[in-house]
Design a protein. Sequence first.
Length: 379
Amino acid sequence: MSSLFVIAPLVLMMLFNVCCKRTVNSVASWLTGLYFIVQSFVCIFWARFSISSELFPMFNFEVDKLGLLMMLTISIVALSSMFVGLSTISESRAKFNFLNLLLISTAGMNGVVMVRDIFSLYVFLEVTAVSSFILIALNKENKHSLEGSFKYFVMSAIATVMMLSSISLLFIYSGNTSFTSIRDGVQGVNSFYVIIAVALFMCGLFIKGGLIPFHGWLPDAYSSAPAGVSVLLAGIVTKTTGIYTMIRIVSEVFGFNETIKSILLLIGIISIFVGAFAALLQTDFKRMLAYSSISQVGYIVLALGTGTALGIAGAVFHLFNHSIFKSQLFVNSAAVEKQTGTTNMGSFGGLATPMPVTGWTSVVALLSTAGIPPLSGFW
C-alpha cells in the first residue's frame, strides 16, 4: 500500500533510536541504503500504484505515474546524498544524526508526492522543511551553516503563513481541502478572496522553489550546508517542495487561466536570466551551482507556464534531468572540497589529472546542463 512509502523510513528511523545503538550504528547506513534501493526498484517496476491508505485514513494517499517518477528521483538523490554525507562527515554521532534526518526528509517528500489534500500537503511540506533546517545546520561549529539554515527558516516561515492563509480561504469557498473539492469550488470564481488565496499559495511555492525574487535563502543554504546535505537540497528537496508541488497544484487544482500562465512565464524568464548572470559573478563553486539551479528551475517554470500538455511534460522531464545532473555536480563539488579543502574556483586548476573521474563526470554533467546532445539536458 502507498502509505508504506511514508511509514517505512519513519519506522526505520525509530528502530535506529530504540534498539541497541552500538549494534544499530554499524548497520544503519546499510539499512538506509537498502531502503532507498528498494524504493527505486518499486518505482521502476510498478507501472501504476494507486491505493488509498488504510493505516493513515486522515491522509488521502495515491501514487500516479508522476508520483512514481518523483519517488524514483527522491530515492536516487537521497542515496547519493547518503554516500556523500557518510564520506565527508567525520564524527560517528553526526553521521547517525544525518541518517535519521535523511529518513525523515524522505518520508516528508514521499508524503508530498502522494497526498491529494492541500492541508495534508502542507503538513508534509513542513516535515521536509524542518528536517532540512536541521540538516543545513548539522555542523554546529560552522557559522555559515547556521546562517544559511536561519535564512531558510525565516523564508520558509513566511511561506508557511502565506500557504496556511491561502488554505483557510480556499476551505471557506470549497468546504473541503481535497484537490477535487477545491478545484470544483474555485475554478471559474472571480472573487477577490479566491484570487488572493491563489496568489498567496503560489508565492509560498515560489519561496519553497527558490525562484526570483524569492531566492534570497537558496545560495546561502546550498553553499554553507554540509556536502551531503547540499546534494539533497539541490537535487530533490527544493524540486519536491516547490516545483513538483507547483506542477501538481496548478495543473490539478487552480487550472491554467491567463493570469496564472502569465505569472509563471514571467517568473520563469526572470529566474532564467538573473540566475545565469548571477552564476557568472560567483567565485565559490557551490554558490555558482546554486545560482545555476535557479536558472535551470526557471526553464521548468517557463515550460509549465505554457499550460499545454507538451509544456507540462517538458517541465516534468527537465525536473528529473536537473535533479540528476545537478546532484552529480554537487557530488563532484564535495569530492573537490574533500581533496583540496576549498570550493574557491580561483584556487582550482589541473584537477582533472589527479581526479580523472571527477573531471570527466563534471564535463558530462556540465554539457548536459548546457543542453548538448545526446545528453538528457538536450532532450
